[in-house]
Ligand binder design. Structure first.
Ligand SMILES: O=C(O)c1cc(=O)[nH]c(=O)n1[C@@H]1O[C@H](COP(=O)(O)O)[C@@H](O)[C@H]1O
Length: 234
């Protein structure tokens, strides 16, 4: 089964526990904990959920000078997590520093966390890429270029839209993870996402894993929504 990470974007501990409780056996559930939880509740929920056996993707999207990122990644690894993120736009030296920090901080006996590099956020449209970021490449080529840099610098995969995965598999390779947010089942609103796809489109395009937040967390029955998305993707 390919993973579906549930993005638990809340700083309310009661809501967090309620959502987690609805998802099933910790050994089989993949959670994405992001900035809202970490800035609001600190590192404790990360340690607690990891100790309970959940697979943890701690998404803090590091983007700073290499020395700062090295030290931050070292602290992140100490939490005993499984996946974490940096922005690919931080450059190859920064990505190498993140990898080195994860290796240095990883507790003995724990699998090394996988390092994922965010390419272009799925909220960025073709128009914003061209007009605000002044990028001369079309979106797919820009994402492929960032993914090549990330791979050469030691990342284990990238975060991208499902819409780019076919091009990435062809040009960056099969031996790399393509983790895709921007997932919207047919009946869901697109919210602030721009480059979206349904779970079955993501499957067809070859996503390695999905990241899904509001279509699950704001559903009237989050457990049913989670099960339906897992089924559609696998
Ligand atoms: O790194 C991420 O996880 C991420 C990258 C990206 O390009 N787009 C993106 O939406 N995300 C995250 O994926 C989740 C998507 O949430 P929903 O739009 O509610 O499904 C959020 O937690 C975002 O922080």
């Amino acid at each position: 089964m390919r993973p579906v990470f549930v993005a638990l974007d809340t700083a309310n501990p009661t809501r967090l526990n309620q959502l987690v409780g609805q998802l099933g056996d910790p050994q089989e559930v993949y959670l994405k904990l992001g900035m809202e939880i970490f800035y609001g509740l600190g590192a404790e929920p990360v340690r607690e959920l990891s100790q309970k056996g959940y697979k943890i993707f701690l998404d803090l999207k590091l983007h700073d000078i290499p020395n700062t990122v090295y030290n931050a990644a070292k602290q992140i690894a100490k939490l005993g997590i499984d996946y974490t993120t940096v922005h690919a736009l931080g450059g190859s030296k920064m990505i190498e520093a993140a990898k080195a920090g994860l290796i240095e901080g990883n507790p003995a006996g724990h699998n090394l966390p996988k390092l994922l590099a965010v390419t272009e956020l799925t909220s960025i449209s073709d128009q914003v890429l061209a007009e605000e970021q002044n990028c001369r490449l079309p979106m797919k080529e820009q994402v492929v270029s960032l993914a090549k840099t990330a791979k050469a610098a030691g990342a284990d995969g990238v975060i991208c839209s499902p819409l780019e995965v076919q091009a990435l598999r062809a040009k960056v390779g099969e031996d790399f993870l393509y983790v895709t947010p921007g997932i919207r089942p047919k009946t869901s609103a697109s919210d602030d996402q721009s480059r979206i796809a349904t779970p079955s489109q993501a499957k067809e395009f070859g996503s390695s894993a999905l990241v899904v937040g509001r279509p699950i967390t704001l559903a009237s029955d989050p457990q049913a929504a989670y099960e339906a998305i897992k089924k559609e993707f696998n």
